[in-house]
Design a protein around this ligand. Structure first.
Ligand code: G
Ligand code: G
Ligand code: MN
Ligand code: NA
Length: 255
């Protein structure tokens, strides 16, 4: 059983790591940016995936200092990798608990300022959640973040409780379609899932959002998404989440 003090220790002992997964244009196949994904390099357990410790971090509110570290580290990495010169975006997952803090926007501003990353190269991924009950606060945060120039993505689209009402009230820049849909592009559920994918892509584009489909694992899925007019894809076909040394090899030559 993971405890708060284990997570506190992980942060203090610098056992947390970020891996990076590429997001690619479906046409042309060029790299659009990376998504930062947290890992815990545990001295005995090895590399612990987020699914096992993020829920504990949320229950104990340790996600708040951890989330601040993630934001800082991802922005710093984007600067080291010359994202502004390369025209790339760094996507960072934000816990609803973090996003709901009154001073969340200050945290983002501080991370940008400390690292020197221009705001337009940062994309904050938020999920719909029951935690985000305070829609007024969410709205004012999004407005302030967009005024800073930060982009906002709705993550895991299509799986939660209230995606459409969030889309109605918040001006997202990007929509990320959950990977649970993607595998059925090539199963016997293909006709239904193709209709849904097509509708989600149209919806995103009608609302001026860039749409990324996640979990693309083979050429057939990619080709179908290209035919449906999808903008970006992410998934094991293109790149797995990689440690920084390996992710760096995916960078295009600086412009
Ligand atoms: O990397 P992996 O596919 O195992 O990630 C599993 C889940 O953990 C995903 O839903 C992802 O959004 C979440 N996650 C990964 N990194 C972070 C992070 O830095 N902060 C938060 N809040 N969630 C993360
Ligand atoms: O919830 P979020 O979209 O942030 O989660 C991203 C998670 O999805 C990461 O844990 C990552 O490891 C996983 N992932 C990314 N690409 C693929 C893929 O092509 N197939 C599968 N099964 N998982 C993927
Ligand atoms: Mn995500
Ligand atoms: Na997702």
């Amino acid at each position: 059983q993971l405890l708060e003090r284990d997570l506190r220790g992980a942060l203090d002992r610098q056992e947390l790591r970020l891996h990076y997964q590429g997001r690619y244009a479906v046409r042309g196949g060029t790299l659009a940016g990376f998504e930062a994904l947290i890992r815990w390099q545990h001295p005995e357990r090895g590399l612990v995936p987020p699914g096992t410790f993020i829920p504990v971090a949320e229950d104990t509110r340790m996600i708040l200092p951890i989330g601040e570290w993630v934001l800082r580290e991802a922005c710093a990495q984007a600067v080291r990798w010359a994202f502004p010169q390369r025209g790339l975006g760094m996507s960072v997952n934000v816990s609803p608990l973090q996003f709901d803090l009154p001073h969340f926007v200050d945290t983002v501003r501080a991370a940008l300022h400390a690292t020197g990353l221009p705001a337009r190269h940062l994309i904050l991924e938020i999920t719909e959640s029951l935690v985000m009950r305070d829609l007024d606060r969410a709205q004012s945060h999004v407005t302030e973040l967009k005024a800073l120039g930060v982009q906002i993505a709705m993550d895991d689209f299509g799986t939660g409780y209230s995606s459409l009402s969030m889309l109605e009230s918040l001006p997202f820049d990007q929509l990320k379609v959950d990977r649970s849909f993607t595998r059925h592009l090539t199963t016997d559920r293909q006709p239904r899932v193709t209709a849904l994918m097509s509708a989600m892509i149209q919806l995103a584009q009608t609302l001026n959002m860039t749409v990324t489909v996640e979990g693309v694992e083979d050429d057939a899925q990619r080709d179908r998404l290209r035919d449906l007019g999808c903008d970006h894809i992410q998934g094991f076909l293109l790149a797995r989440p990689l440690p920084p040394e390996a992710a760096e090899q995916l960078l295009p030559a600086a412009a």
